[in-house]
Write a protein that binds this ligand. Structure first.
Ligand code: WQD
Length: 335
């Protein structure tokens, strides 16, 4: 089966392309490399010694995407292409409304013209806002988004629920990621934060390798055991496999499948730092600073639904992800 992977050269997209190849699918990457670099494609090929097609286009360009669909006649699509930096979305909301919503609508305009069996969408736990109760299940209330980024994910989900009603031939899955981290065990692909990282793990690895002088822990006065925020960190390889299982599960369903993709285990910032130092044998230079606006004290998944519906569960733990993330950072330094 041919699967279009928009944003397939990105962090989660590239790992999903590897999983698709391992599972006998024929992935076709559509990516304009605004958030990636061409060497990632070469490295994906090296991991399995397998080739695949890619198109260097903006997936939001309806005419050019339609030509790709006409030529490739795909059976399914995984739509990763979007921007995901919370604080950047506050500074530049229109960039996010264009790239995360207009692009999605344009992709769906093309999907509606072809017999596409399955559409898998990259959503986020950010749709829950600051949850009042943890663990967070799919029935937890969708609260007002605390960033334009989060709002684009809420709107994206609604667009797809409405699209599903008018296009029952396409089975739709909305995967709500918790905190994707780590890198492929081969050390050949991983997160490529262009510029100053927003997220914790790339900031840790860049501090450990000396790109950043020190890490600031954003507050240690939260209502949590050690005062720092708790998150559900999921290895990117485990996250990738959830996409392929969602594709395989493309039963005809009126309602989209909406599932949390998280380990169900919460880890605090200090626990992550201690785990990183222990598993990699490095000392991290960090200090505690003020809280970061918008941070929820604790967010982690109730992942019972994805286990039931897709038979998915994470194979890697936090230590594995931090070991792989560090290996990737060291390999990047040698590039
Ligand atoms: C985690 C914790 C920080 C950096 C975001 C998006 C979410 C998803 C994942 C896309 C927080 C603390 C961080 C640092 C720190 N992205 N931290 N020092 O905010 O949970 O989620 O990324 O889907 O949608 O909202 O992840 O990694 O930014 O922060 O102390 O230098 O680490 O304050 O408590 P977050 P994060």
């Amino acid at each position: 089966m041919k699967i279009i992977v928009t944003g397939g050269a990105g962090f989660i997209g590239s790992h999903t392309v590897v999983d698709l190849l391992e599972n006998g699918f024929e992935p076709i990457i559509v990516d304009d490399f605004r958030n990636s670099k061409p060497f990632i494609l070469d490295n994906i090929k090296k991991i399995l010694n397998r080739d695949f097609k890619s198109y260097d286009i903006d997936c939001g360009d309806v005419d050019r995407l339609r030509v790709v669909f006409e030529k490739e006649k795909p059976d399914g699509i995984i739509h990763f292409a979007a921007d995901k930096a919370v604080n950047e979305s506050v500074i530049d909301p229109l960039k996010y409304y264009h790239n995360n919503i207009t692009t999605l609508v344009n992709v769906l305009k093309v999907v509606a013209l072809f017999p596409i069996k399955s559409f898998v969408f990259s959503s986020s736990c950010t749709v829950y806002g600051v949850p009042k109760k943890v663990p967070v299940s799919e029935k937890s209330p969708i609260q007002p988004a605390f960033s334009p980024y989060g709002f684009t994910k809420q709107v994206g989900e609604q667009i797809l629920k409405d699209f599903a009603q008018s296009n029952p031939k396409t089975a739709i899955s909305l995967l709500r990621y918790f905190n994707p981290i780590g890198a492929h065990p081969s050390g050949l692909i991983g997160e490529l934060p262009l510029g100053v990282p927003n997220n914790l793990i790339p900031f840790i690895t860049q501090t450990a390798i000396g790109i950043r002088k020190s890490l600031t822990v954003n507050g240690d006065d939260y209502e949590t055991p050690d005062g720092t925020c708790i998150r559900d960190y999921i290895h990117v390889v485990d996250l990738a496999s959830a996409h392929v299982l969602a594709l395989k599960n493309s039963k005809k369903q009126k309602e989209p499948l909406v599932v949390n993709i998280g380990t169900g285990k919460g880890s605090s910032v200090l626990e992550v730092i201690n785990s990183f130092e222990k598993v990699n044998g490095v000392k991290l230079n960090y200090s505690v600073g003020p809280r970061r606006g918008g941070d929820a004290p604790s967010v982690y998944a109730d992942n019972s639904l994805v286990k039931k519906m897709l038979g998915w569960e994470n194979k890697f733990n936090l230590d594995d992800a931090l070991k792989h993330a560090w290996q990737w950072e060291k390999n990047l330094a040698e590039q």
